[in-house]
Design a protein around this ligand. Structure first.
Ligand SMILES: Cc1ncc(C[n+]2csc(CCOP(=O)(O)OP(=O)(O)O)c2C)c(N)n1
Ligand SMILES: CC(=O)[C@@H](O)[C@H](O)COP(=O)(O)O
Ligand SMILES: [Mg+2]
Length: 621
């Protein structure tokens, strides 16, 4: 077993070339076996085995800097840098993170998780190296999906302009999470050069490096040829290569599974001291038939239903599924309803809507800023856009929320999935800031459903009754109903619902914390306390009835699955008095783990809440 003896890039370099193919197979077997047990990102990693091996063989890591975009495809990199043994605790509390993290290894140059940051990071690093006279390489691996984000072009603009020596490896598998979308994806399809072109190009680059003066002659001949070619191509109506127009040296598309070709090409682009783009074509899910046949399904897989890190997964519809079904139902009776996703069609539950109503659906790619303002444009023509987006990814569109949505008061609905604590993905994916950042948006209504039924009613209300911007936030979990609480009995009139009226203590539940509030009440009542429960429902605006209810109780605890600073609990305390205490996410926890473990860490479990209340009650007595 070759893989067992690989603990660093030096071990990859020391292997005879003939063993690399065998090592690739062993790596794939390991990935399939472990990720099927732990859950995680499988198809993307299966697609970059040869690419990662070539990178570790050709470049001098960590002296040369390797940056992963998104970073979900860094498992092979982690296996080759001494972390293979820890894959049994991948994406688990205290275990191996599913994304790069310098705190985990010197081979991880920067942390990642949100897409399309790599080129900006690389530009900064390359510029710093230039100032320091550091001639080490700066390499980026970025997928074709990540290339649909505007931030990439902001970085390319500077990299090209300052001719920053970044080696950009575009890992083009034609997939984002679903099929990659947009003109950029179509453009990549069209890019094609003969291998002879690159053989000549490599010789020319080598001559230019060896005898600088030939560079001028070659440069003159090159430009003369370019002028001629442009003229001829213009006549033939052929287009130039976007990257080469930016003076980024383009090589490709190369077979991203041909190790020999990758090794030769990477060796050839080392030391060019100019921006280079290697366009490699790979297969997402390579050599694992189920992943190759359905790369979207195998982009991110859950651990077996039995349990995820000690948490028993119960069956039932997720909030995403309730959202998707309600959207399909609404579309039939609301002809101006329009659904938008930013490359997360399946994750947000919009797949059925997309297939039934393609004319009223848009996947804008990984372009959350554009998604928000595109929705604003649609609203100007009387459409009702619903932007389905993860809480953490909407952070990308904050200025658009203020500038385009808030100031205009446009009727746009934001369906924030993965709001609250998110299992597995770690600190970059926690949906704990949305109440704080949305509360700042002028005119924004914020709704937090406690159950699947309440989400359905709130979405219908948001589409039909709210005139301005409105956000609905819900977590990544099964959308359970609550015995004794039927949302149908309480019209959405802007007010909270006092589910349990009598009590010396009031628990104010934000969204799905209502489940926990009922559990806490049952336990405390068994210990002789009397507990009232308020389902806030409307996080913003807060009506006077809410303050009147809060004033009736000596002690109020707001249970909020979000950052306390800027949250609704802090707001209620400021308005209603300091008899209001908030139990929320005190600090930003860079934890990985199951949802239950994360709730435990921040103190939002039944046990932790009871302990806080009893400690407070003892203090007050
Ligand atoms: C800002 C942002 N939006 C959305 C996502 C969710 N996301 C993670 S990976 C991915 C697709 C990336 O596609 P690509 O870069 O082509 O990588 P591949 O999985 O194909 O290797 C998306 C949309 C994200 N991580 N960050
Ligand atoms: C890497 C990335 O950002 C996505 O793949 C994300 O992990 C998807 O999250 P869900 O699995 O919750 O849809
Ligand atoms: Mg891709």
């Amino acid at each position: 077993m070759l893989l067992e003896n690989i603990h660093s890039p030096e071990d990859v370099k020391a292997l005879p070339l003939k063993d690399l193919e065998k090592l690739s197979s062993e790596i794939r077997e390991f990935l399939i076996e472990t990720v099927s047990k732990t859950g995680g990102h499988l198809a993307s990693n299966l697609g970059v085995v040869e690419l990662t091996l070539a990178l570790h063989r050709i470049f001098d890591l960590p002296r040369d800097t390797l940056i992963w975009d998104v970073g979900h495809q860094c498992y092979v990199h982690k296996m080759l840098t001494g972390r293979r043994e820890r894959f049994s605790v991948l994406r688990q509390k205290g275990g191996l993170k599913g994304f790069p993290d310098p705190k985990e290894s010197i081979y991880d140059a920067a942390h990642a998780g949100h897409s399309s940051t790599s080129l900006s990071i690389a530009a900064g690093i390359a510029r710093a190296k230039r100032l320091d006279g550091d001639t080490s390489e700066t390499i980026v691996v970025i997928g074709d999906g990540a290339f649909t984000a505007g931030m990439v072009y902001e970085a390319l603009n500077q990299i090209a302009y300052e001719s920053l020596p970044v080696i950009i490896i575009l890992n083009d598998n034609g997939m984002s999470i679903s099929q990659n979308v947009g003109g950029i994806a179509a453009y990549f399809e069209k890019l094609f050069y003969t291998s002879a072109y690159f053989r000549v190009k490599k010789i020319v680059e080598r001559i230019k490096r060896r005898w600088k003066w030939t560079g001028w002659i070659i440069g003159f001949l090159y430009h003369a040829k370019e002028w001629l070619r442009r003229g001829v191509w213009k006549l033939l109506g052929k287009k130039r290569n976007f990257f080469e127009d930016l003076d980024i040296c383009y090589y490709g598309p190369l077979d991203g599974h041909n190790l020999k070709l990758l090794l030769k090409t990477m060796e050839g682009v080392k030391g060019l001291d100019k921006p280079v783009l290697l366009h490699v074509r790979t297969v997402k899910g390579k050599d694992h038939t189920p992943s190759e046949e359905n790369p979207e399904r195998y982009h991110g897989i859950s651990a077996p239903k039995a349990c995820i890190a000690g948490e028993i997964i119960t069956e039932g519809k997720s909030f995403s599924e309730v959202f998707g079904e309600t959207m399909v139902h609404l579309a039939a009776c609301e002809p101006r309803l329009f659904a938008i996703t930013a490359a997360m069609e399946s994750g947000t539950g919009l797949s059925q809507f997309a297939s039934l109503y393609p004319e009223r659906f848009a996947d804008v790619g990984i372009a959350e800023q554009h998604a928000v303002t595109f929705a604003f444009g649609l609203s100007l023509r009387g459409y009702i856009p619903v932007v389905a987006i993860y809480s953490t990814f909407l952070q990308r569109g904050f200025d658009q929320l203020v500038h385009d949505i808030g100031i205009s008061g446009a009727h746009v609905v934001f369906a924030l999935d993965r709001a609250g604590l998110v299992p597995g993905d770690g600190e970059t994916h926690q949906g704990i800031f949305d109440i704080a950042y949305l509360s700042m948006i002028p005119g924004m209504t914020i709704l937090a459903p406690a159950t699947g039924k309440e989400l359905q009613l709130m979405l219908e209300y948001a589409v039909r009754n709210v005139k301005g911007p409105v956000a609905i936030r819900y977590p990544k979990e099964v959308a359970h109903e609550i015995n004794g609480y039927d949302p149908n009995n309480y019209p959405l009139d802007g007010n909270p619902v006092l589910c349990k009226e009598k009590g010396e203590i009031l628990l104010v539940a934000v969204g799905t914390m209502l489940h926990t509030a009922f559990e806490v009440a049952r336990e405390l009542e068994s210990r002789g306390k009397s507990i009232a429960i308020l389902n806030l429902r409307f996080v913003k605006p807060i009506n006077t009835i809410a303050y009147e209810i809060l004033s009736r109780f000596e002690k109020v605890y707001v249970l909020e699955e979000g950052i306390i600073r800027g949250g609704v609990g802090e707001y209620l305390r400021a308005k209603a008095g300091d008899h209001v205490q908030v139990i929320g996410v005190e600090d930003f926890y860079p934890e990985v783990g199951s949802r239950g473990e994360l709730l435990e860490v921040v103190g939002l479990t039944k046990e932790k809440i009871i302990a806080i209340i009893e400690k407070e009650e003892r203090r007050v007595v």
